[in-house]
Design a binder for this molecule. Structure first.
Ligand SMILES: Cc1ncc(COP(=O)(O)O)c(C=O)c1O
Length: 392
């Protein structure tokens, strides 16, 4: 039976018949598991009997996280891995072969973009990068060898929105698999599989973990896709999650709904405040009616619009002055934790990139990416206002 997302976050994957009914799933650090006899050893190795035999191939703590994530995303099965990029690469390696073709957003998490360039150079897997704010651009980019539509929505860092339902439908009609990076939204805000996507990936480093204290990733999809991912990318490239980290993600998920509700609330209020501020040239937040794809976001993000807000202060100097003046907010590069952090891309992550290339990627001189935490929103607004006052 399906329950409210608040109840699901606390109880997803519960199995009172396991682990003596412990409310916190134990951490199984073992890298090796023994068998009572060769018959059982053979059955476990051949996957005819449930069990574990070697750390790289899973453990009961990892399995508990996978069960929880499958339930939260509404998928058949899941695979927990060592980072968000391990999830991205495992999904791609499972679905695409040398000589095949991918369609992906021209603006998204930069390391995913770089991975796709790397795949072209190393393995002859070509990607067409499109403006993903129009689903029809996916259709227009289809070739005879297209195997994968990659979707990231909202995107990092510009919080652009892609219409998941339309892209997945175009994919289905053309025999192309649609995978959605659901890191920014989380299953509390958006459930891509219910909208027709074939699989979902996460950087669990962000909202799923939620406390800036772990690195992990998750893939969710059909039983067949996850089995392929485990037998191929998992077994050969060896990126499965450590049991201690799986336990931390599981603990984080228990408060996912509470945290996301607060992230959503705080971010919307802050986006509205920034929109009214004379020193802010532009605000990017899917929850604002001024966002170009607000209507799509409203439809496909029933839980809320997330904690990520972009603001443009116009110049590199203004961006730096603001970033250096915040007091409660921390200048840092990740996102999705309980604490509010911000990044000025032009002077930090994108500083080594030529300005022209940076601008082409939509990273303007004064762009600030704000990961709004769960602190008191009035304290955050006061801090942001005093930092805006420091801009000459
Ligand atoms: C949208 C998105 N996907 C994937 C990743 C990669 O995750 P990780 O850093 O856990 O490898 C990130 C990291 O920032 C991200 O923002």
């Amino acid at each position: 039976m399906k329950h409210s997302p608040y109840t699901e976050a606390v109880h997803a994957g519960d199995d009172p018949t396991q682990h003596f009914g412990a409310l916190s799933v134990p951490i199984y650090p073992a890298s090796v598991y023994g068998f009572p006899d060769t018959e059982i050893g053979a059955a476990v190795h051949n996957e005819e009997k449930e069990g574990y035999y070697y750390g790289r191939l899973g453990n009961p703590t990892q399995r508990a996280l996978e069960n929880a994530m499958a339930q939260l995303e509404g998928g058949e099965d899941s695979f927990a891995v060592a980072s968000g990029m391990a999830a991205v690469s495992a999904a791609i390696f499972t679905l695409v072969r040398s000589g095949e073709h991918i369609v992906a957003p021209q603006s998204m998490y930069a390391t995913t973009t770089n991975l796709l360039h790397h795949l072209k150079d190393r393995f002859g897997i070509e990607t067409t990068f499109i403006d993903a704010t129009s689903a029809e651009n996916y259709r227009a980019a289809i070739r005879a060898n297209t195997k994968l539509f990659w979707v990231e929505t909202p995107t990092n860092p510009l919080v652009l929105i892609t219409d998941i339902e339309s892209v997945a439908s175009i994919g289905r009609d053309n025999g192309v698999t649609t995978v959605v990076d659901n890191t920014f939204a989380t299953p509390f805000n958006q459930r891509p599989l219910e909208l027709g996507a074939d699989a979902v990936i996460h950087s669990a480093t962000k909202y799923l973990g939620g406390h800036s204290d772990l690195t992990a990733g998750v893939i969710v999809g059909t039983r067949e896709f996850i089995a392929d991912a485990k037998h191929g990318a998992g077994k050969f490239y060896g990126g499965n999650i450590a049991p201690q980290v799986a336990w931390l993600v599981l603990r984080g998920i228990k408060t996912l709904a509470l945290r996301m509700e607060r992230h959503n609330f705080n971010a919307l209020k802050i986006a509205n405040m920034l929109g009214d501020h004379p020193k802010v040239k532009a605000v990017y937040y899917p929850g604002l009616e001024s966002h170009p794809n607000h209507e799509i976001a409203r439809r496909q993000m029933p839980g809320g619009y997330g904690g990520m807000v972009g603001l443009d202060l116009g110049t590199v100097e203004a961006g730096k002055a603001f970033a250096n003046a915040v007091k409660i907010c921390t200048l840092a590069t990740s996102l999705g934790g309980v604490e509010t952090i911000l990044q000025h891309s032009a002077s930090m992550t994108h500083a080594p990139i030529p300005r022209e290339d940076r601008l082409k990627a939509g990273i303007t001189d004064g762009l600030i990416r704000l990961s709004v935490g769960v602190e008191d929103v009035d304290d955050l607004i006061e801090d942001l206002n005093q930092a805006l006052d420091q801009i000459p």
